[in-house]
Design a protein around this ligand. Sequence first.
Ligand code: HEC
Ligand code: HEC
Length: 324
Amino acid sequence: MVGCAPIITREMNSMRFRISAACTLWLVAWTAAGRAQVTAQPPAAGPATAPAPVAAPQGRGRGNAPQGPGGGAGRGFPAQQRQLADQRTLERGKTLYEINCRSCHGPDLRGGEAGGPNLLRSQLALTDLHGELIVPVVKQGRQTPGMPAMPALALAEDDIVAIAEHIHAVQATSRGQGAPPAGPPVVLNIVIGDPKAGQTYFNGKCASCHSLQSMQGIATRIPDPMTLQNTWVAGGAGRGGAGGSRATVAVTLPNGQRIEGPLVRIDDFIVVLTTPDGTPRSFARSGNVPKVEVKDPRDAHRALLPTYTDKDMYDVTAFLVTLK
Ligand code: HEC
Ligand code: HEC
């Protein structure tokens, strides 16, 4: 990885480098860490006063808007967490973009009729902080064999930097990779079963363990049908979930001593339980030593799971929904 460093440092300004995926990752980290190095370029246009505030352009607030270092986890790549320019610069950049770039790169940067590539996905445009990578491309033009050429444009450096800032403001509105499409969340109606059939099923398969009354309580407590379905199918909150585990464990040591309590965690190497005074106690495991017996009330539900058909699930959910 460190092998990438000299290449990138030397050729940062020429813009002709093509970096490997591994280098790209490294570059992302490096760019964030070494901002000062990268920004040792002519400063951005606009009032040379205090650092520009992080502007809040259209549509931000969802997705991975830049937060700056220390922002929430998973809020975008470090290289994309840059300060946006002030509003005036952004407006100027937008106008200049419309005039000089839009025909080729599109109104929303995703490429236009005249053949420019998508700048939302351009590694160069994403890595650029404040024009240091974009300015040379615009000034010198670009001709990659097999691609339409980008002409060299006679624009003032100041103007190109403003355009770059506009590009970043648009990038900042894009959502994280893997994010669901923008727009209202999809609402799934899962109450499509037959409540009567659900009641019959309940009486036959569930009533041996549950009273109708207790189900009424649960249906009232959980108004969202999807959550209600998940709850009855799983038999309550999962291990470590909101309701915590209701599983208990008994550990029998080689000397015969037996310790019992609510299960905190278990894997092949350790078992942790809560002792009566509330403190956790852990035991190393090695094969069958010590002897460990887990009792989980939801085992009954795990055993039922493979017996449900889709129809059973819809019917029972439809029935339970009517109980509240
Ligand atoms: C006549 C069409 C055209 C115009 C106008 C145009 N571009 Fe381009 N641009 C291209 C083409 C084509 C490429 C790809 C060239 C290549 O890679 O060889 C490109 C490449 C780029 C790249 C590099 C993308 C990458 O990932 O390598 C950037 C950045 C860019 N343009 C920014 C701009 C900006 C900013 C403007 C306006 C100031 C602009 N372009 C105007 C056609 C255009
Ligand atoms: C063999 C007994 C048994 C059967 C049969 C059974 N359950 Fe359960 N169910 C349990 C136990 C035990 C729990 C409690 C688990 C716990 O305490 O964490 C539970 C938990 C639940 C819960 C969650 C309760 C809560 O307070 O969160 C729901 C809802 C539920 N069952 C619905 C059903 C439905 C519907 C059926 C029939 C399809 C069914 N159960 C069949 C034993 C059973």
